[in-house]
Ligand binder design. Structure first.
Ligand code: FNR
Length: 369
């Protein structure tokens, strides 16, 4: 089948992957209300396109934390990519570099920071889970820095793992032929089987539930890399993150895998953007599957977006070529959206190019009496 949009990779991945692995990638928490809402909320935002503007040349380039990239579409950290494809994170790193954009490597990758760096040049961020053993954290951050990673994405929404019922039913665990490569040698690279989710047990055993704002400051004492706080969805926490020294905020609900019934990230974005007051850049992930979604996020004030599941699904389907294709399709769709909205650079995308439910009821038809 010819793939013509990002979403189509999900069905291909479902056919190819063992059920335990597909379910781990696809699932959200509990009722999966937020999982659906992450997509549905984009559909409730409509365009106010401008016409008769010369759109023969469109510039999608942008600068993130001082690094110039080809487009505001980046790769979110997703764990254990070698379950999707034997080349796993290597393939993702190569695809991101070829597209001129940023890859974020998960702490729980099945390839190490050094291995990913060895794929060649590229701008890469490292996603950090804070383990109870702070020596482990300090060592890992140092290794990421030495391997040329440019920023830390500190995940703050996972003091415990969300309840993903498919993983419980499947007794999800990392397949025995793989390891969490960054922790090999530290005796933390394997995941024991449990009588529920093996990952939930691993998190309960290793991840530091006491993590708090003071640790964001502590992290700055052990690294010079800028810190993006990943998992903020309120104005209150935006202000605290900036006070604690964050270089940027990622509005994220962890792909709806943690607390169910939090709003879609696109619904939370504007609140965070307003609270940030332009002091730090704000990014978004969650449910981005179309170029129109990217445009909507930028119109609401995001400096860029990250994609999670599209990467693992396309990896499963076609390896590196699949991830490349996902990035290309999103790029092409985003460029087309800009053209059809009358925008030739990212700066020209404004709040007036969209209308939301919480604006004056411009877009809604009057109720029929
Ligand atoms: C994730 N996510 C994630 N986040 C993180 O900080 N560290 C991680 O290791 C992982 N691992 C992970 C695995 C899988 C299979 C998924 C689907 C997600 C969350 C991820 O970074 C991002 O927030 C979401 O995936 C974005 O939503 P979409 O694009 O998947 O809808």
């Amino acid at each position: 089948m010819e793939v013509t949009n990002v979403t189509e990779y999900q069905a291909i991945a479902k056919e190819k992957l063992p059920k335990m692995i597909y379910d781990y990638y696809a699932s959200g928490a509990e009722d999966q209300w937020t999982l659906e809402e992450n997509r549905n909320a984009f559909a409730r935002i409509l365009f106010r396109p401008r016409i008769l503007i010369d759109v023969s040349k469109i510039d999608m380039t942008t600068t993130i934390l001082g690094f110039k990239i080809s487009m505001p579409i980046m790769i979110a950290p997703t764990a254990m990519q070698k379950m999707a494809h034997p080349e796993g994170e290597y393939a993702t790193a190569r695809a991101a570099s070829a597209a001129g954009t940023i890859m974020t490597l998960s702490s729980w990758a099945t390839s190490s920071v050094e291995e990913v760096a060895s794929t060649g040049p590229g701008i890469r961020f490292f996603q950090l889970y804070v383990y109870k053993d702070r020596n482990v954290v300090a060592q890992l951050v140092r290794r990421a820095e030495r391997a040329g990673f440019k920023a830390i994405a500190l995940t703050v929404d996972t003091p415990r793992l969300g309840r993903r019922e498919a993983d419980i039913k499947n007794r999800f665990t990392l397949p025995p032929y793989l390891t969490l490569k960054n922790f090999e040698g530290l005796d933390l690279g394997k995941m024991d089987e449990a009588n529920d989710s093996g990952l939930a047990s691993y998190v309960a055993g290793q991840i530091d539930r006491t993590l708090s704002w003071k640790d964001v400051k502590w992290l700055q004492t052990i690294t010079t890399m800028p810190i993006l706080v990943k998992g903020v969805i309120t104005a209150e926490d935006t202000r605290l993150a900036i006070q604690a020294g964050a270089a940027g905020i990622i509005v994220s609900n962890h792909g709806a895998r943690q607390l169910d019934y939090v709003p879609a990230t696109i619904m939370a974005l504007e609140e965070v953007v307003k609270a940030a007051q332009g002091r730090v850049p704000v990014f978004l992930d969650g449910g981005v599957r179309r170029g129109t979604d990217v445009f909507k996020a930028l119109a609401l004030g995001a400096s860029g977006i990250f994609i999670g599941r599209p990467v693992v699904f396309s990896l499963a389907a076609e390896g590196e070529a699949g991830v490349k294709n996902v990035l290309k399709m999103l790029r092409d769709e985003f460029e087309l959206t800009m053209a059809l909205s009358g925008c030739t650079s990212l700066k020209q995308i404004t709040r007036n190019h969209i209308v939301t439910e919480w604006d004056a009821p411009l877009a809604r038809p009057a109720p029929r009496l």
